[in-house]
Design a protein around this ligand. Structure first.
Ligand code: SF4
Length: 325
């Protein structure tokens, strides 16, 4: 563990510090790899071997030497890791923890759309269930969504593209690509990013007039129009590294990213666009649940299982994206 992590562990309540040291010891003893999404709470981020976004983490599992991997994120992310790594034992340390956005889109909605719109390609955001992905022509992430939609439209010459489940990302893709988009379902959204308003931006700009505003494309279009930079969580995390001259930021994505940026760049200032931008599904994973998972690592208590046919078809849609990008 690097000394800066030790410094941040000591800033947490004593009870969390104890849990962290127990987890770090057991992780070594049982040869377990812990992956955590950027939106996880600070304690969970501190015990993780790798931090990142859903696809980045799923791809890192491929290179892992460990057979047992704990995925601290939401369920569709653990499923993606399993789909890309069928031979690894992926453990998901929560019982529910389904991303609210992924839950909007039921596989039957896509079947119904396809029946009514034969020949229209379906592009699904990676934030969807493995079952929904089996019905997609291709998957995309927030960083490659515009390019993937342009690619599919060029390949098929279709008059429009179906995209789900985020209405805001869909509107952003439509604006950036000029391609008409049908959103499935029309109201799908991430409540964490959908709550950003023009008022939040005015307030934050007033409080931090010198700051650069970075926003995730799951936010509403009218808010994105006011951003200095629009990018995925990974792009937002890299932005300050690439712009050493900028010392103050307003961060328009889940609060876990602001916390991570403060740890990575203690000399800079990071203020959340809205301090209530908290994903409760992500935060349902705690140090206690990680410890419970690691103690049960030899059992199937937290293991992620996916039906073989779902595994194969969703793998095709994800692999197609990996080939294209
Ligand atoms: S922040 Fe939004 S999209 Fe991300 S996991 Fe939470 S509910 Fe899903």
């Amino acid at each position: 563990m690097d000394p800066s992590s030790e410094y941040f562990i000591r800033k947490l309540p004593e009870i969390d510090q104890e849990l962290i040291y127990q987890i770090l010891e057991l992780k070594k003893e049982k040869n377990v790899l812990i992956l955590a999404h950027n939106y996880q709470c600070e304690g969970v981020q501190l015990v993780a071997d790798l931090l990142g976004d859903s696809l980045g983490l799923a791809k890192k599992v491929i290179k892992a030497t460990q057979n047992d991997i704990i995925f601290a994120g939401v369920r569709f992310m653990a499923e993606t890791a399993k789909v890309l790594n069928p031979n690894k034992r992926i453990h998901f340390p929560a019982t529910g923890s389904l991303c609210d956005m992924a839950a909007y889109l039921k596989a039957d909605m896509i079947r119904e759309y396809k029946l009514k719109n034969p020949g229209i390609p379906v592009v699904l955001y990676i934030n969807s269930t493995a079952e929904s992905k089996t019905l997609a022509d291709i998957v995309c992430t927030s960083s490659n969504a515009v390019n993937i939609v342009k690619y599919i439209q060029q390949q098929t010459n279709a008059p429009k593209i179906a995209f789900g489940p985020d209405k805001n990302l869909g509107a952003y893709i439509c604006k950036m690509s000029g391609i008409p988009i049908d959103i499935i379902p029309p109201h799908g959204n991430c409540y964490v990013h959908d709550k950003y308003t023009i008022k939040d931006v005015s307030k934050a700009r007033k409080q931090h007039p010198e700051a650069t505003l970075l926003i995730h494309p799951e936010a509403p279009l009218e808010v994105l129009d006011l951003a200095d930079y629009i990018g995925s969580t990974s792009m937002i995390i890299h932005y300050p590294v690439e712009h050493p001259q900028i010392t103050s930021y307003i961060i328009g994505t889940e609060i876990g990213v602001t916390e991570q940026l403060r740890r990575n760049h203690p000399e800079k200032t990071f203020s959340p666009l809205n301090e209530n931008a908290i994903c409760t599904a992500m935060k349902s994973i705690t140090l206690k649940s990680i410890l419970d998972c690691i103690k049960n690592i030899d059992s199937d208590k937290f293991i992620v299982e996916i039906q073989e046919d779902i595994m194969k078809k969703s793998q095709d849609a994800i692999n197609k994206m990996i080939e294209v990008r």
